[in-house]
Write a protein that binds this ligand. Structure first.
Ligand SMILES: NC(=O)C1=CN([C@@H]2O[C@H](COP(=O)(O)OP(=O)(O)OC[C@H]3O[C@@H](n4cnc5c(N)ncnc54)[C@H](OP(=O)(O)O)[C@@H]3O)[C@@H](O)[C@H]2O)C=CC1
Ligand SMILES: CC1=C(/C=C/C(C)=C/C=C/C(C)=C/C=O)C(C)(C)CCC1
Length: 311
């Protein structure tokens, strides 16, 4: 059987783990998944979730997207790469006054240059074979920035600009590039971000900024995830559909509840609509904003309850 070779990065947890398992469990066994992680000491969760696919349609390998040699060694050990899923990434939240340039560089190095390093390694062979699909786990923040996510959003904007430019060249070689743009997803990412946000030393920020971070951003953060957050399995299902489609789209947003936040971007070429709306949401109509997210939370709770009760 001619199985497609899939290389996925960042499979120790979250979306990468769910995705590796989903693809390896394909009923038609169309894929051979190489699920990679930078630290193999963390492979137990994936091994457990992979179950009987381990050693059959799923194999675990080491790959650190910040280390060119580790990428080269991993790619060299594979027969070829038909589908590359660039998923590894990290977040960064807080006022820029409280973040060092080195910390910011680590985010860019992982989220943006990590993708560039991977592409430099797999693209030449895909071009030669005139076949391949590159799927990038970007973010809704690759379209629309969010308060106090300045560096993270910048790293995803970089990813989007890079892919948008390359996509035209890729067409010439019959290659596909797809950006997956999830809104909030309930993974380690969310927990790490929240825990780290609580530890930020806000002494370098002025009072108004520190207040905004604590009383607006952090206060709403949990609520956003509870009312809009998807599971990594949902994002994996969307991505699975993308790799099985004949003509996959260039962009795909996974969360229809989050699309109003990104649609504003396209509605106003001046860019003032999303900025003004976000401002009003948090400073002027915060009660309406909180009420609507509470309402969404209630709707989700009720629909989950009726699924459990089999209604
Ligand atoms: N959660 C969310 O709300 C959203 C997430 N995303 C994106 O989804 C992707 C996956 O994140 P998610 O599953 O949520 O978060 P997790 O924190 O659960 O997973 C991130 C994965 O990336 C890995 N990673 C980090 N740095 C490197 C590196 N240098 N080399 C290889 N692997 C690395 C982590 O490994 P380790 O365990 O070693 O740290 C981990 O396996 C990211 O690109 C993120 O930006 C997009 C939209 C929303
Ligand atoms: C929508 C919204 C907010 C927060 C959104 C968040 C926190 C989104 C997180 C998205 C993630 C984590 C994407 C990952 O790539 C605020 C600023 C609280 C208030 C204004 C409206």
């Amino acid at each position: 059987m001619n199985q497609k070779v899939v290389l996925i990065t960042g499979c120790s947890s979250g979306i990468g783990l769910a995705l590796a398992v989903r693809i390896a469990r394909d009923e038609k066994k169309r894929f051979m998944v190489y699920a990679t992680m930078r630290n193999l000491a963390k492979k137990e969760a994936l091994e457990e979730a992979a179950g009987c696919t381990l050693g059959r349609t799923l194999e675990i390998k080491q790959l650190d997207v910040c280390d060119e040699n580790s990428i080269k060694a991993c790619v060299k050990s594979l027969p070829r790469v038909d589908i590359l899923i660039s998923n590894a990434g990290m977040g960064m939240v807080g006022p820029i006054e409280c973040q060092t340039i080195d910390e910011m560089k680590t985010v860019m190095d992982t989220n943006f240059f990590g993708l560039v390093r991977l592409m430099k390694e797999v693209l030449p062979d895909m071009k030669k074979r005139k076949s391949g699909h590159i799927v990038v786990i970007s973010s809704a923040m690759g379209i629309q920035g969010i308060l106090f996510n300045d560096i993270y959003a910048a790293s995803k904007f970089a990813v989007e600009g890079f892919c948008e430019s390359l996509a035209v060249q890729a067409l010439r070689f019959n290659l596909n590039i797809s950006l997956i743009e999830p809104g909030p997803v309930i993974t380690e990412f969310e927990h790490k971000m929240y825990e780290e946000s609580l530890k930020i030393d806000l002494s370098k920020a002025d009072k108004v900024t520190a207040d905004m971070f604590h009383n607006i951003y952090l206060k709403n953060y949990k609520q956003i995830f509870e009312s809009l957050g998807q599971t990594p399995e949902e994002v994996a299902e969307h991505t699975f559909k993308m790799i099985t489609m004949k003509n996959p789209p260039f962009r795909h947003q996974t969360n229809t509840l989050y699309t109003p936040m990104t649609t504003m971007k396209y509605a106003d070429p001046n860019g003032d609509l999303p900025i003004g709306t976000f401002y009003k949401m948090v400073f002027e109509h915060d009660k309406v904003f909180t009420a609507s997210f509470n309402f969404l939370k209630l709707l989700r709770w009720r629909s989950r309850k009726s699924v459990t009760l089999g209604k």
